[in-house]
Write a protein that binds this ligand. Structure first.
Ligand SMILES: [Zn+2]
Ligand SMILES: [Zn+2]
Length: 901
């Protein structure tokens, strides 16, 4: 027998086990025509990333699926990799340079890029190493990087193909500009946040009243000019008109009149445009085509030339006159002051509105007119909408389908050029001599139009998502026609967080349909967001984040994985607190202890399994085999439907309760007796033959296999304790054997368990020590439970510590001074004569009852407290309600007991 330590210490096992898996190549998967493929591509974490709980959840789910499918016999490939994360990485490297007093401009583009690569060599593997600690079974031999050679080739290919099809164009449009990062951003990269701003009402005087003095103006504004409202007064310096709705009676007569633009002193015209909302502000709006997307359109309709008033760093430019060179927010203050001084500021209102913020540095976005590159999205969206509508791609949970379709049906063109240095440079070349534009994968030697060799490349790089949208096929070798691509594409499922549904998921569907003519995956599983115990999103800045690596150190990777999944209902947010990880740790320990007990009572020889015949089995054996097979069926079904926490809770119940609490207890005395004297008759008298401890091993091994995808390390450690052999990773997933499913046995055993529980409760209530054997009279109330009772009498006597169990007739009367439990199936009577001091017991029980009543009052008060109920997360409330129910039950039972005495 092996010497197994009494406690499972994850630290002793996790690293050596992981190295063994990796060294034996168990994560690696080749195309294999004898099997069905199952493929997942990892959502590539940013190369700057540090593992957080969101990653931990995301990757645990993927690992569960890939390990499960591997065991089911699929050729299962999990492709890992990282994303070069253009803006984020550039920011990180710039920051570290700044600490040395160097700017990227001082270094120049080439040297700066060298610095970024150096940074990547040094730190870029951090997150990969962290994923390994979680137990992720990715095929690391296939690790990709969005800037590696093959993936860069894919990006060029995609750009050129789309350009040739007319789906990529260059143009002057209002884009989201980050003045800090100094680059354009896509709409998705500039999320809107509600901010408390101000709405400034400004009087634009009529040109014909140019001479009117300030005094007169204040008396009757309506006759002096038009009042417009704006949240960004500094942009007024770029106004080219004031627009009103042509149906607006207030302004009808004024259309075509001229106004003086305050501060700038320019004349602008009052124009009519249907777009203007009569109800917003004053019904007259300033038109600033260079700084507002709607105004840009208005400007185009009226052929008004845009005037840009800002530089790319957010300072005012030469068009701002004396405000030139000033930061936009400082200029805002001074412009408002100047308007006030000139009596042109009518009023300021508080105004909550949504403002775009840079998703990388959180700077307020400036809508900014700029020459950029775009992808036409409508033609790409069509097939991607169809793929979801037709059901070829399914979202889990289903509600995301609507979100996806809604976004796709209202899609805007995608601004893909970024004014940064780290990324894929646009494959666009210009002729200095004749300005011809050439789009090509390799730099042309000469201009095709004029023959000049003075050709230079566009300075911009592509949006990072322009490489990650190709991820499901670029990682498999595209644009080459590789064997991997043919075998593993389309992938099976994408597991992702909701934040990147538009950034990434939707775009991958579009690119898959466009370049591969085939969907990139058939299922999309969108998991929830990780929150703290009170429901706040975990974040470093809030200081409420739990570091997964710390949890792995303290509780083990299995505990982290199991606990997190166990409290994550499909697609719901996860409410985490540190104590939650005890669920997983306790479970790992329970399993470890059970297996230790099993193995310590067996010789190595007995570990070899023998096929047990049903006729040789005790009813406890038949019961556990039935439960096992139904568990196999239920867990597999739950996984088939991506119900991860349901699968876990079924397993938990089976292993903890059925196997450890019941089955092991039932057979404990047998196997310990047997290990002393191999041929002793079966103590409970149930087993017709010594059917060996094979059943124990069989159930334990199958439990380990079922649990392996969720808790890979402890299951492997126990697997090897049973017998040194090939990894459990390579074991076959258990299949249900219907032959063993026996509803009758489960019913019978249910009755026996019920009796035992009832007797145990009475024993506990009455403080009867475990060692003291008692007598019980049992009266079945239904004839059908009689055979069940006869079969399981041995177990009942054994597990309830009975010296006598008398089966009575249905009409059996309650003996004097006895306690009873009455259920729908039977009555139990425990005569107490000579067992306890009745009066002392009564007093003790009454005291206990009082204590419980106090607890109930406290819990009830909390549940009635409106402020508590309004703020507590649902799971806390549910736990409270459950507690109250339990307390009520206990109080009632005590009441009955006291009466019985
Ligand atoms: Zn920024
Ligand atoms: Zn040329």
């Amino acid at each position: 027998m092996k010497d197994i330590p009494p406690r499972y210490n994850p630290k002793d096992h996790e690293e050596p086990i992981y190295s063994k898996w990796e060294n034996r190549g168990l994560f690696h998967q080749e195309a294999d025509s004898s099997k069905d493929p199952f493929t997942i591509v990892i959502p590539p974490p940013n190369v700057t990333g540090i593992l957080h709980m969101g990653h931990a959840l995301n990757n645990t789910l993927q690992d569960i699926l890939i390990r499960w499918k591997r065991m089911q016999g699929n050729a299962s490939l999990w492709v890992p990799g990282t994303d070069h994360a253009g803006i984020a990485t550039q920011n990180v490297v710039e920051r570290s340079l700044r600490e040395k007093g160097i700017t990227r401009q001082q270094l120049g583009r080439e040297k700066f890029i060298d610095e970024v690569w150096k940074w990547r060599e040094k730190y870029g593997n951090t997150i990969i190493m962290q994923l390994k600690r979680l137990g992720a079974s990715c095929d690391w031999e296939r690790t990709r990087f969005t800037m590696d050679k093959g993936l860069s080739e894919a990006v060029l290919e995609a750009f050129v193909r789309l350009y040739d099809k007319g789906l990529i164009y260059r143009g002057n449009y209002i884009i989201n500009w980050c003045p800090r990062c100094q680059t354009a951003l896509s709409d998705e990269e500039a999320p809107h946040k509600d901010v408390e701003g101000k709405l400034y009402y400004i009087l634009y005087p009529f040109a014909e009243l140019r001479t009117t003095n300030d005094e007169q103006r204040t008396t009757n504004k309506g006759n002096q000019g038009i009042v417009v409202a704006t949240t960004r007064p500094e942009t007024m310096l770029g106004d080219v008109a004031v627009a009103v709705n042509p149906k607006d009676r207030r302004y009808k007569k004024l259309i075509g009149k001229k106004l003086i633009l305050p501060i700038a002193g320019r004349e602008i015209e009052i124009i009519a445009d249907d777009f203007v909302d009569k109800k917003f502000g004053t019904g007259a709006v300033k038109v600033t085509p260079a700084h507002d997307p709607n105004d840009f359109e208005t400007g185009k309709r009226h052929e008004l030339k845009p005037i840009l008033v800002m530089n790319s760093d957010g300072t005012m430019n030469h068009n701002a006159g004396k405000y030139e060179g000033m930061d936009r927010f400082k200029a805002r203050k001074l412009i408002v002051a100047e308007l006030e001084e000139k009596k042109l500021l009518v009023k300021i209102e508080k105004h909550e509105h949504a403002v775009g913020h840079c998703y990388r540095c959180h700077t307020v976005i400036e809508p900014y007119l700029s020459l950029q590159w775009f992808v036409k999205m409508k033609p790409l969206a069509g097939p991607a909408i169809e793929a979801v509508k037709s059901g070829k791609i399914k979202f889990y949970p289903k509600r995301w389908t609507k979100v996806y379709l809604n976004w796709m049906e209202n899609i805007h063109d995608w601004c893909i050029s970024r004014q940064i240095w780290w990324g894929h440079r646009l494959p666009v070349y210009y002729c200095k001599k004749c300005n011809a534009v050439v789009v090509a994968k390799i730099k042309p030697e000469k201009c095709a139009s004029c023959g000049s060799d003075d050709v230079y490349q566009d300075e911009d790089v592509l949006d990072t998502w322009f490489s990650s949208w190709l991820w499901p096929f670029s990682t498999l070798g595209w644009p080459e026609k590789t064997k991997d691509l043919e075998y593993f594409y389309p992938t099976s499922i994408l597991v992702t967080a909701p934040e990147i549904l538009f950034f990434w998921v939707a775009r991958m569907i579009m690119s898959g349909k466009e370049f591969m003519k085939e969907i990139p995956f058939s299922d999309v599983y969108i998991h929830g967001t990780v929150r703290d115990a009170v429901g706040k999103k975990m974040s470093k800045s809030l200081g409420n984040a739990i570091d997964p690596l710390e949890i792995i150190d303290e509780f083990g990777a299995d505990a982290l994985r199991f606990s997190m999944i166990s409290i994550t209902a499909a697609g719901q947010d996860v409410f985490l607190s540190k104590d939650k990880f005890e669920i997983g740790r306790n479970f790992a320990n329970k399993l470890w202890n059970a297996s230790r007990f099993v193995l310590s009572n067996m010789s190595t020889q007995e570990h070899k399994r023998t096929s047990a015949q049903v006729k040789d089995l005790s009813i406890a054996d038949r019961w556990i085999l039935s439960r096992l097979n139904r568990t196999i069926e239920a867990v597999t079904k739950a996984l088939d439907n991506y119900k991860f926490n349901e699968a876990e809770s079924i397993l938990y119940d089976f292993i903890w309760h059925d196997f450890c609490d019941w089955y092991l207890e039932m057979v404990k005395s047998d196997i310990t007796a047997l290990s002393r004297q191999p041929l002793a008759p079966y103590p409970c008298g149930m087993r017709s033959a010594v059917s060996s401890r094979a059943i124990l091993i069989h159930v334990l091994e199958n439990s380990l296999k079922l649990l392996h995808p969720f808790m890979p390390f402890v299951t492997e450690a126990i697997w090897q304790n049973i017998e040194e052999r090939e990894s459990i990773m390579a074991a076959a997933w258990p299949k249900i054997n219907k032959h063993y499913v026996d509803k009758k046995i489960e019913f019978d055993m249910g009755i026996a368990k019920d009796i035992i529980v009832n007797i145990r409760n009475i024993r506990a209530d009455m403080n009867i020590p475990h060692s003291k054997k008692i007598k019980v009279n049992l009266a079945p109330l239904k004839s059908r439970i009689m055979p069940a009772l006869l079969d399981s009498m041995g177990y009942i006597k054994n597990l309830a510590q009975l010296e006598e169990l008398n089966i009575e007739k249905a009409g059996f009367k309650k003996p004097k001074s006895s306690l009873s439990a009455i259920t729908e199936n039977f009555n139990i009577f425990i005569p107490l004569e000579g067992m306890i001091d009745v009066e002392a017991e009564k007093a003790r029980l009454a005291k206990k009852q009082d204590l419980l009543r106090q607890q109930l009052v406290f819990t009830d008060r909390k549940l009635k407290d409106k402020s508590f109920m309004g703020h507590a997360p649902e799971n806390v409330i549910m736990a409270g309600q459950e507690k109250a129910e339990k307390l009520k039950e206990q109080i009632e039972r005590l009441e009955e007991t006291i009466r019985g005495l």
